[in-house]
Write a protein that binds this ligand. Structure first.
Ligand SMILES: O=C(O)CCC(=O)C(=O)O
Length: 389
């Protein structure tokens, strides 16, 4: 495409949509920590906390440069690299060396501020993404509705409230120097999928009269310029794409558009290899996160993939069963979520594996966490609210 002229607009010229009304979100839906928790935590630490938390809640992500020291980052990634494969498919809580990251005081403090409570839910969603594949599709993670656990979860637009679940991510790379970092759409955790995930035909790059016409997204996309010691945290409702490219002239193209541009031979920054990331979730009490947790567990239980089955077994028999882990978690006010109805489901699927002793104890130990699931009888599948409700 020698003659092709690229029609592009820098981000500053792109309509970024209406600003999110976060004051409403703060007061009505407790997206921010209650004032008491905040002032107590502010008194303990950095005065920037309020700004950081406001930003995280209005944009659906936060990028914190130099959150970790060189030594800490080196430790986490060398631990991950040296783990045998069977441990890399487990969750961080059951791989005890990873506790240095999971229980890092700064991480826990930030989690509490984001979640708005001293009590944290941990639900085994972690990822040793070592040598991981780039170019992940554009998506939000939040899943699970009362109608169908597999459905993508939409935020409540009128109430401006999103799921109270957050993914913490560290990357062993400098993405100011090349492609392969994380792209997010700021504010997308408070917008519908229709708004921020256009169908493919609306993202079609068209070659016309020796020019390329590149469709303009009417929502912002940011390629996060993270470096090795940084921490990125994003809301489970935030649209994002891991490992995408960075185009020389414009970093904010939609991943789908970048895929097409590369076909036209446009130059991208080199990717930074290998793509090593460590990710883990913390969340706080809310019905939406309850649904997400149930979606995830249900997917693990019903999956035919041995990988997912192994991860579930590791969670079941280590994280939730080993008393030492339960103690450490309790000391840190981390609630290990293992719900009654999921335990029952696991029982139905797995007791033949000779694990019935553990599972029956889990059934006794665990409970439901939000009102809807409390008084449901287990009937062979997860109880879902009828669509009429
Ligand atoms: O690999 C990344 O940077 C993001 C991973 C991702 O898409 C996810 O955890 O949902």
């Amino acid at each position: 495409m020698d003659n092709a002229a690229l029609l592009w607009r820098p981000m500053s010229l792109i309509d970024r949509g209406k600003p999110v009304q976060i004051t409403q979100a703060i007061s009505k839906n407790c997206l921010l920590p209650p004032a008491k928790v905040r002032s107590q935590q502010l008194a303990e630490g950095c005065v920037q906390d309020d700004v950081i938390i406001q930003k995280a809640h209005s944009e659906g992500f936060i990028h914190l440069p130099n959150f970790f020291s060189d030594d800490e980052i080196s430790l986490y990634f060398s631990l991950a690299h040296n783990l045998p494969y069977r441990d890399r498919i487990r969750d961080f809580m059951s791989v005890e060396p990873m506790h240095s990251l999971l229980f890092h005081p700064k991480v826990l403090r930030l989690a509490r501020l984001l979640i708005g409570s001293q009590d944290i839910w941990y639900y085994g969603e972690t990822n040793f993404a070592i040598n991981s594949t780039p170019y992940r599709f554009w998506h939000r993670d939040a899943r699970g509705t009362f109608r169908n656990l597999d459905d993508v979860q939409e935020p409540s637009i009128t109430k401006k409230v999103s799921i109270n679940g957050w993914r913490f991510a560290i990357y062993d790379a400098d993405y100011t120097k090349g492609s392969g970092g994380l792209k997010v759409s700021p504010g997308s955790h408070l917008r519908t999928s229709l708004d921020v995930a256009p169908p493919p035909h609306r993202l079609k790059v068209i070659a016309k009269d020796s020019k390329l016409v590149i469709p303009r997204c009417n929502f912002p996309i940011v390629d996060i310029q993270s470096r090795r010691n940084d921490l990125i945290v994003f809301n489970l409702g935030t649209f994002h794409s891991g490992g995408f490219r960075r185009f020389d002239l414009e970093r904010s193209f939609h991943p789908e558009i970048e895929n097409q541009l590369i076909e036209f031979g446009f130059p991208f920054y080199d990717e930074v290899y290998p793509r090593d990331a460590l990710m883990f979730d913390y969340g706080g009490e809310c019905e939406n996160l309850d649904l997400y947790i149930k979606w995830r567990r249900n997917a693990l239980i019903t999956s035919k993939s041995p990988f997912q089955f192994k991860q579930l077994s590791s969670e079941l028999f280590h994280t939730y069963y080993v008393e030492r882990i339960r103690k450490i978690a309790a000391q840190n006010r981390i609630c290990l979520r293992f719900d009654k109805c999921i335990a029952e489901c696991a029982w139905a699927q797995m007791h033949f594996l000779g694990s019935s002793k553990y599972l029956s104890e889990l059934l006794l130990l665990n409970r439901e966490f939000t009102e809807f699931f409390c008084n449901r009888e287990f009937v062979g599948q997860l109880p879902i609210r009828p669509s009429t409700l």
